[in-house]
Design a protein around this ligand. Structure first.
Ligand code: SF4
Length: 458
C-alpha cells in the first residue's frame, strides 16, 4: 500500500467510549475562547501534574501550549508557526511544542493579542499568567521565560523533585520529595492569591484531587486489561483519550464517567475476545516515544498489515497509592500524598516481593533497571517495538536505544527505530516507514523463533 492510499476498510476498531473523551478537549479550547468574553483569568500551563487542580480551585482556566502543539500538528497547521518561530531566532532543534508556541505567540503579538486566524480548534486566548514546571526537560521553564517577549504576564514556576532511580529507593527520599512538593505548592497558592486578590477554595481542591485520583485508577485498570490477546485497545485510542485525562482532569465528573465507560468497554472486549483491529492481529507491538501527531494515519496502514499497537511506554497511569488519607488534615498534603509517584510504590503495587527485590538489587548495583524499563513489552507479550527518536525532544528519546538493546537481549523482542519529530512533519517519512515495516515483519518472525528456542513463553 502506498502512503497516499487509504485502507479500504477501517482497520482499527476504535473504542466508542473514546469519542466522548476526545470531545472534552474541544470543550477545553471552547472554555478558553469563552474566557475572552467572560474576562476569566487564563493560565498557559506547562504539563506537569501539580498546577491544574489548584488553578481550577481558584477559578482560573488552564490552557496547555504543549497539547496545542499536538493539535496544530494533527490538523496539519503547525508549519507556519514553526517557521515563525525560526524567524524569531529560536533554534530549530528546540522542542517542537515550544517552537509551535513561539510562532503562535509571535503572530498573536503582531495581531495585538488576537488569536491568529489560522489557529485550529479556536486557538489559545492570550494568557493572564504563565505557569511553568521544572519537570523532565530544559524546555519546561526556559520556554515559559522566553514567552516574556510576547506577553506581559507574570510567571510562576513549580519545582518538582526528580531523584535518580538509585536515590529514589533510598530510605527518606519519598518523604523529602513529598515535603518539598507541599512547600512548593503552598508558595504557588500564595502567588495566585496575591495575583488574583482572592482566597484558595480548599474544598474545591479536595474534590478535584479526589476526581483526578479516580481517573488515574480507571486508566490504570484499563491498561492492565491491555495484556489480553487479541489486544483490545489500540494506542490511537489511548492517544485520543489521554488529552482529556491530562488536560481536562479537573472536570472530573465528565472525565470520570468517560473513563468508567472506557473500562467497561475494554472489559467487554476482553470477555468476548474482540480485537482493536478489524483484521486478524498478526503482530503485537509497543510504541515507545512520543507519537508523530502529524502522521497518525500511518497506524491505520500498519493495522491493515495486522500490526496491533497494544501498549506504549509514554503516558502511562501511575500505580494508585493505597494510603489512608483521613489522617492528613491539610488538603494540600492529601493532594500531594495521593498523587506523588514513587518507585517504591510502583514496586509494591506492580511486582511480586521476589521481583521487587530483584529490581531493587539491580538498581542498587547498576543505578538502573532493565526489568522496569521493558516490563510493558514483557507483560503484553509484544512481537516488536516501534521506537520513535525525536529530533526536538532529547528527554523523551534519551533512553530509547538502551531500551531497544535490552528488549533484544532479555526478551528477544526487536525494535523498528524511526527518526522524526512529534510536531515537525517534514522530519518524518511515512513512505519510508511502510517500506521498513515490510522488512521488519521478517525480523519479528526471526525473533519469534529465537524466543521459542530460548524458552521465552510467546
Ligand atoms: S519533554 Fe520533550 S516534548 Fe515535552 S516539553 Fe520537554 S522537550 Fe518538549
Amino acid at each position: 500500500m502506498t502512503t497516499s492510499e487509504k485502507p479500504k476498510v477501517k482497520t482499527i476498531n476504535r473504542l466508542k467510549s473514546m469519542y466522548a473523551l476526545r470531545a472534552e478537549v474541544d470543550k477545553m479550547y471552547a472554555a478558553g475562547e469563552d474566557a475572552t468574553n467572560t474576562g476569566k483569568p487564563v493560565a498557559w500551563v506547562m504539563l506537569g501534574q501539580w498546577a491544574e487542580p489548584i488553578l481550577t480551585a481558584m477559578d482560573v482556566i488552564s490552557i496547555y501550549p504543549e497539547n496545542y502543539g499536538s493539535v496544530c500538528a494533527a490538523a496539519g497547521k503547525a508549519a507556519p508557526f514553526l517557521e515563525a518561530s525560526d524567524a524569531e531566532g529560536f533554534p530549530s532543534h528546540v522542542c517542537g511544542y515550544a517552537r509551535n508556541c513561539f510562532g503562535y505567540s509571535a503572530k498573536m503579538k503582531e495581531l495585538g493579542g488576537a488569536i491568529p486566524p489560522s489557529a485550529p480548534m479556536g486557538g489559545m486566548p492570550a494568557p493572564t499568567l504563565l505557569v511553568a514546571s521544572s519537570e523532565i526537560c530544559d524546555a519546561r521553564f526556559k520556554w515559559f521565560q522566553a514567552l516574556g517577549r510576547y506577553f506581559n504576564a507574570p510567571l510562576g514556576t513549580i519545582e518538582s523533585p526528580y531523584p535518580g532511580l538509585k536515590e529514589s529507593i533510598e530510605p527518606g527520599t519519598d518523604e523529602r520529595s513529598v515535603q518539598f512538593l507541599i512547600a512548593q505548592l503552598r508558595e504557588f497558592v500564595t502567588f495566585l492569591e496575591q495575583l488574583l486578590g482572592r482566597k484558595m477554595n480548599w474544598d474545591k481542591l479536595d474534590e478535584v484531587a479526589r476526581g483526578l485520583a479516580g481517573i488515574n485508577r480507571l486508566r490504570w485498570e484499563i491498561n492492565r486489561l491491555r495484556k489480553a490477546h487479541p489486544g483490545p485497545m489500540h494506542s490511537k485510542d489511548l492517544w485520543s483519550s489521554i488529552t482529556a485525562a491530562f488536560f481536562r482532569g479537573s472536570e472530573s465528573k465528565a472525565i470520570l464517567d468517560g473513563f468508567q465507560k472506557m473500562l467497561e468497554e475494554v472489559k467487554q472486549r476482553v470477555a468476548s475476545g474482540e480485537s482493536a483491529l478489524n483484521v486478524p492481529e498478526k503482530f503485537r507491538l509497543s510504541f515507545d516515544g512520543l507519537p508523530p501527531w502529524h502522521s497518525l494515519d500511518i497506524f491505520d496502514k500498519l493495522a491493515a498489515r495486522g500490526w496491533n499497537f497494544v501498549i506504549e511506554s509514554n503516558y502511562r497511569p501511575y500505580t494508585p497509592v493505597n494510603i489512608d488519607l483521613s489522617k492528613f488534615g491539610d488538603p494540600l498534603e492529601r493532594y500531594v500524598r495521593e498523587r506523588f509517584q514513587s518507585t517504591n510504590n510502583t514496586l509494591e503495587g506492580e511486582y511480586t516481593p521476589e521481583e521487587a527485590a530483584a529490581v531493587r538489587d539491580e538498581i542498587t548495583r547498576t543505578g538502573n533497571s532493565t526489568i522496569l524499563q521493558i516490563k510493558h513489552v514483557r507483560d503484553c507479550r509484544c512481537d516488536g517495538m516501534v521506537i520513535h527518536i525525536l529530533l526536538s525532544c532529547r528527554s523523551a528519546s534519551l533512553n530509547l536505544c538502551a531500551m531497544q538493546q535490552k528488549a533484544v537481549d532479555l526478551l528477544k523482542v526487536p525494535a523498528l527505530v524511526l527518526e522524526g519529530d512529534m510536531v515537525n512533519a517534514s522530519l518524518f517519512d511515512p513512505a519510508d516507514v511502510l517500506k521498513k515495516a515490510e522488512a521488519f515483519e521478517e525480523t519479528m518472525a526471526y525473533y519469534k523463533q529465537m524466543r521459542k528456542e530460548a524458552g521465552i513463553p510467546w
